[in-house]
Design a protein around this ligand. Structure first.
Ligand code: ATP
Ligand code: SF4
Ligand code: MG
Length: 323
């Protein structure tokens, strides 16, 4: 069974000039221990998808329809208190800026041990032992001393290691990581991603890794979902999506990975910009930018269709066209 199942998720923002549909019929699942990458341009809906899953959509944003299930149990209609418990215990969250996850007034040890003791049946001494072990596992040197330091006494990279330790403290089944290294020095981004991957693998935690960096996806994920204008346009095993992208938008994204571009002039080769939510074109939302557009693309909106080893929302893969 899937660990996480998102089915036909619609997120809307009611406003004075009408309702904006920011996520439109998003469906995907994550298996236990799997790393799913979620990629797409700025504004595609990556963070909103993560926020909906962890129950932290900002008002007036709301889940208008669809379902989110964790081990089969619906979690999209729980009370704030129930969701708070799930967030601590079963789903850990890592955000771009480590300071949003840490309380500046408490030592990291206090934050770790409080989280551990809130969710696991262990005494104070055992919680501290586990907290030190977590800091060690996330690569904090001299963890036995560093545990009594405050967040500001850590560098940005070390702080994000602390956040990873905190997210894993209650032994969650799923980690939602939203651009976990974007705020960090380029030189340490790869280290932190590798750490996240290894530590989640060794603990059997699944990860939803949100990033706009296809290179990170390529090195880290088992499967990848590509978002465009609030929809999943392609989803499949990471090597298939990278080597045989089925959606023209994915193909454009791939060309923006430096190592994969044939020549540097093809970098960022997708002309134009993603449409605003109030101006999504009819038919395929990507059609104004698509080099392979044909008649049907402006008339009818494609659903996800089987496309080789992946699925893609593109009419090129309609049985009668693909045949
Ligand atoms: N509070 C809000 N009110 C109205 N629209 C919103 C609100 N928050 C987000 N949106 C819209 O929802 C869409 C998706 O936003 P989201 O933050 O999920 O994008 P993203 O893929 O995470 O982008 P980025 O890479 O920049 O983080 C955007 O078009 C954004 O403008
Ligand atoms: S449906 Fe048409 S416009 Fe959309 S990605 Fe496929 S070919 Fe391009
Ligand atoms: Mg975002």
């Amino acid at each position: 069974m899937s660990l996480l199942e998102v089915k036909n998720l619609v997120v809307e923002f009611p406003g004075r000039r009408g309702t904006l549909r920011a996520l439109d019929d998003i469906s995907f699942s994550i298996a236990p221990g799997e790393i799913l990458g979620v990629v797409g341009e700025s504004g595609a809906g990556k963070s909103l998808t993560g926020a909906a899953i962890i129950g932290l959509l900002e008002s007036p944003g709301r889940v208008a329809s669809g379902e989110i299930r964790l081990e089969g149990q619906r979690i999209d209609q729980l009370s704030e208190a129930q969701m708070h418990h799930i967030r601590g215990r079963r789903i850990g969250a890592i955000f771009q800026d480590p300071l949003t996850s840490l309380n500046p007034l408490y030592t990291v040890g206090r934050q770790l041990t409080e989280t551990i003791q809130a969710h696991l049946p262990v005494n104070a001494a055992e919680a501290r032992r586990r907290a030190i072990a977590l800091l060690q596992d996330t690569g904090i040197p001299a963890a036995g001393q560093r545990i009594d330091h405050y967040p500001h006494q850590f560098s940005g990279g070390m702080r994000q290691r602390v956040v990873i330790a905190l997210a894993l403290a209650a032994e969650p089944q799923l980690i939602v990581a939203d651009e976990p290294t974007t705020a960090l020095d380029v030189s340490i981004q790869a280290q932190i991603i590798t750490l996240l991957k290894n530590i989640c693998h060794s603990r059997g935690a699944a990860v939803m890794l949100i990033t706009h960096d296809m290179g990170v996806i390529a090195e880290t994920c088992d499967r990848v979902a590509v978002l465009y204008a609030g929809r999943v346009v392609e989803i499949g095993p990471v090597h298939e999506v990278i080597n045989h992208p089925a959606h023209p938008y994915t193909a454009g994204l791939m060309a923006s990975i430096p190592d994969m571009a044939q020549d540097r002039e093809r970098l960022n080769q997708i002309d134009g910009a993603m449409p605003r939510l109030n101006a999504i074109p009819p038919g395929c939302a990507f059609n104004p930018r698509c080099p392979r557009r044909f008649d049907r693309c402006t008339a009818e909106r494609p659903e996800l269709l089987p496309a080789g080893a992946t699925r893609a929302a593109c009419w090129l893969h309609a049985p009668e066209v693909a045949a």
